[in-house]
Design a protein around this ligand. Structure first.
Ligand code: ADP
Ligand code: MG
Length: 394
């Protein structure tokens, strides 16, 4: 990562607009998972300790450019105040006279201001120049700590960054450094574990990882497209016909580095109590579908995971949301947790699976950006990052 860091900004006495990713789940006015809030605390604390005036902005859910009380930032402000142990002044707008007045008066000594949900304004997702200009006029400097939104060219990620001197926050920096480690010059053995729902979502990721990975373990629904490409019968398992050629090509390209499951858990329906059984990968009965990797596969995957120096994991191994099909994901998660490798976990559902097992602390790094981490690993430029100045740049 060669972007200018918040560490190198002279923020004393300055108003700093900080794009954070506080897009957290909220139920009955309470934040039910505050991970993303906690992960931005280092940047916020740094700004406070350096004597800056932090003005935070985030989107929350998808209110579609309209004010929606359901998605107001108040529950987030409450949680942030508890975690930060400093006052948080939540404003009911993101731009306009009242915001300007509140900032001029700055009544939260030693605390922060949290602006209202950026997606209450249509100008956010349109990256409308006028909206960006209004936001930029509120501050002297810009800090981006919202990895989860970095793949979007919105007003708060790109428009504002074009109008203010900016830098990356500590979380964004850590995200990029960890992903760069798997993309650029990883220690070996480097083991990638790819699962989840669709081949189409992950072809680019697999392709890109094949540049640096020694072993690529494949599970989840996508393995059935690979099986079919090899001529196996896959019953009613999820298949993407239009990716069969691609799957074949990847198998050829990767050779022995690509490791597919040897057994799978199958059932007739995707139901918790649907009778299930474990069968060999090449013996999936016609009326059944594969919903998890089997125990023999978990054993097989355990070996490379144990010996790895670096692990990148994206995508659950089965329908982990149902106990009947969760064992594969759990087995792999435990193996990764036990491995001494630096393990990097990305993807919304994979991260949820790890959290559900209480294994977050055992992992090396957990990415806060689902879509963003996939796009970055695919080698796409993230607009929210590309727009920020490089180290040493004026
Ligand atoms: P991530 O969010 O970690 O990137 P994905 O969104 O790609 O992961 O995939 C997660 C989803 O894939 C989960 O909801 C899981 O139930 C589903 N899934 C995993 N294995 C299977 C399978 N064999 N059949 C159907 N769905 C599956
Ligand atoms: Mg997902």
């Amino acid at each position: 990562m060669n972007k200018r860091s918040v560490r190198d900004l002279d923020v004393r006495g300055k108003r700093v607009l900080v794009r954070v990713d506080f897009n957290v789940p909220v139920e009955d006015g309470e934040v039910t998972d505050d991970t993303r809030i906690r992960r931005t605390l280092p940047t916020i604390r740094h700004l406070l300790s350096e004597g800056a005036y932090p003005i935070l902005i985030s989107h929350l859910d998808r209110p579609g450019g309209r004010r929606d009380p359901e998605n107001a930032m108040d529950p987030v402000a409450k949680r942030l105040e508890e975690l930060l142990e400093a006052p948080v002044l939540k404003l009911d707008d993101a731009i306009g006279e009242e915001v300007e007045e509140a900032l001029d008066n700055w009544e939260v000594e030693g605390g922060v201001v949290l602006l209202e949900n950026s997606r209450f304004y249509p100008g956010e997702t349109d990256n409308d120049p006028e909206f960006a200009e209004q936001l930029a006029s509120l501050a002297d400097l810009y800090v981006d700590d919202a990895f989860g939104a970095a793949h979007r060219a919105h007003a708060t990620t790109v428009g504002v960054a074009e109008r203010l001197p900016g830098a990356v926050g500590f979380l964004l920096e850590e995200e990029l450094d960890n992903l760069d480690e798997v993309l650029q010059d990883p220690e070996h053995p480097f083991v990638a574990i790819i699962g989840g729902a669709k081949v189409s979502d992950k072809v680019g990721v697999i392709e890109s990882l094949l540049n640096t990975a020694d072993t690529l373990l494949v599970g989840g629904a996508m393995c059935f497209t690979f099986f079919k490409a090899q001529g196996y019968e896959v019953g009613n398992s999820l298949i993407e016909e239009e990716y069969l050629e691609e799957a074949k090509r990847l198998i050829d390209e990767a050779g022995e580095r690509l490791v597919l499951p040897v057994d799978v858990v199958v059932a007739e329906e995707i139901e918790e109590d649907s009778p299930s059984q474990t069968v060999k990968a090449e013996e999936i009965p016609a009326e059944m579908m594969g919903l998890d990797i089997g125990p023999e596969t978990v054993e097989k995957f355990r070996e490379p995971i144990k010996n790895a120096r670096i692990i990148f994991w994206n995508g659950p191994m089965g329908i982990f949301e149902m106990d009947a099909f969760a064992a594969g994901t759990e087995g792999v998660a435990r193996a990764v947790a036990e491995s001494e490798a630096n393990s990097i976990v990305g993807g919304g559902d994979s991260v949820a699976a790890v959290a559900g097992l209480g294994l977050e602390e055992e992992m090396g790094f957990i990415s806060t950006g689902g879509g963003a981490s996939l796009e970055y690993v695919e080698g796409k430029k993230l607009p929210g990052v590309a727009v920020l100045p490089d180290e040493g740049e004026e």
